[in-house]
Design a protein around this ligand. Structure first.
Ligand SMILES: Cc1cc2nc3c(=O)[nH]c(=O)nc-3n(C[C@H](O)[C@H](O)[C@H](O)COP(=O)(O)OP(=O)(O)OC[C@H]3O[C@@H](n4cnc5c(N)ncnc54)[C@H](O)[C@@H]3O)c2cc1C
Length: 307
């Protein structure tokens, strides 16, 4: 039986891109700790009570932090109201009913290892390609903001962000400014361009950047010679739903990118001394790839040169 949550934070501001997509800035009652109180890429658990059906009580879900540790006025989240929830008490439906000034629950301790230190390590000097569709962008916004604050260069960071329409490209102007002023390679891509004739940018899904015919363009934007994108010069981090992650994994295996995730490594019999160069954080629970699909497993093993 779900419990009624003791609310401990206030929605200080929200910025709506549509009825289903918004940035929430949440201020906890307790002041946020001094210093690096979380590692960019981590998430917090946010909760709300269902006021329309109070008998359902509270619901909590993890949400990636989009703000940076230096931001101590609030914690920022980039959230989609899911159209077809799986639970009877979906958090996003209750949350999207709340206005500025209304109250939520925020579990105080940030969690997660989908961070630069928790994946490739801060000292790694290769290109970082961050891939996301929709709200999966959040951890990468946090990482980029923190890099800027810490004085770390952004000129070997590439952010690929997919959305169905241009209006859903959250953080676009901020990322465009980072591209212009700090050398970030920012590649927004729109999957339903037919509805938006004014869109002259890249078309297709985020993971389509890794189709054989599209890789050259990515390499050009990263100033890499055609045909050379690979784990020698690049690491890839993907965040979001299964489709984006699975397709990116399969397409990039053809360039030798090695999944870091344990279960996949075990199934592919990846030797321990072959380091991961493909990391992901998943928002849904569909298997990223079908590990029981023998033909796919054999294809991936062959792509990665595993006997
Ligand atoms: C580590 C982690 C970080 C997360 N960070 C974010 C975040 O920053 N922003 C965010 O919007 N969500 C994020 N999520 C997803 C979030 O925790 C919830 O699963 C989501 O909000 C749905 O919850 P719900 O209770 O409304 O729906 P539920 O009834 O739990 O429905 C679950 C369904 O929602 C779908 N779903 C989950 N997340 C999304 C999404 N982002 N876009 C479209 N469909 C989705 C799933 O495919 C699943 O079918 C994160 C999940 C994890 C595990």
């Amino acid at each position: 039986m779900a419990k009624v949550l003791q609310l401990n934070a206030t929605i200080e501001a929200r910025e709506d891109f549509s009825d289903e997509l918004a940035i929430f800035k949440v201020r906890p009652d307790e002041p946020l700790p001094e210093g690096d109180w979380f590692v960019p890429g981590q998430y917090m658990v946010i909760g709300v009570n269902n006021t329309q059906e109070p008998e359902l009580a509270g619901v909590q879900r993890p949400m990636s932090i989009a703000s940076e540790p230096a931001q101590r006025n609030h914690v920022e989240f980039y959230i989609r109201r899911v159209g077809k929830p799986e639970s009877k008490n979906p958090l996003t439906h209750s949350l999207f009913r709340l206005r500025e000034g209304e109250r939520v629950f925020l579990r105080p301790k940030p969690k997660g290892h989908f961070t630069i230190p928790g994946t490739v390590g801060q000292e790694d000097s290769r290109w970082r390609v961050f891939v996301s569709a929709g709200t999966g962008l959040a951890p990468f916004v946090s990482i980029a903001r923190d890099d800027l604050t810490q004085g770390r260069p952004l000129n070997k960071t590439c952010i690929i962000h997919g959305a169905s329409r241009p209006g859903d490209l959250g953080y676009r102007s901020e990322l465009e400014a980072l591209a212009e002023e700090h050398g970030l390679v920012y590649l927004p891509t729109v999957s339903r361009p037919a509805d938006h004739p004014d869109w002259s940018g890249l078309q297709g899904r985020a993971e389509d950047r890794f189709l054989p015919d599209e890789l050259a363009l990515l390499e050009e934007r990263m100033s890499l010679p055609t045909g050379t994108l690979g784990p020698e010069n690049t690491v890839v981090l993907v965040c979001g739903l299964q489709g984006t992650i699975g397709e990116s994994l399969v397409r990039l295996a053809k360039r030798g990118f090695v999944p870091a995730e344990k279960k996949i490594r075990k199934k592919l019999e990846i030797p321990e001394d072959l380091p991961g160069s493909f990391f992901f954080e998943q928002y849904d629970s569909e298997p990223v790839i079908d590990l029981e699909n023998g033909a796919l497993i054999e294809e991936l093993k062959s792509d990665l040169g595993i006997e």
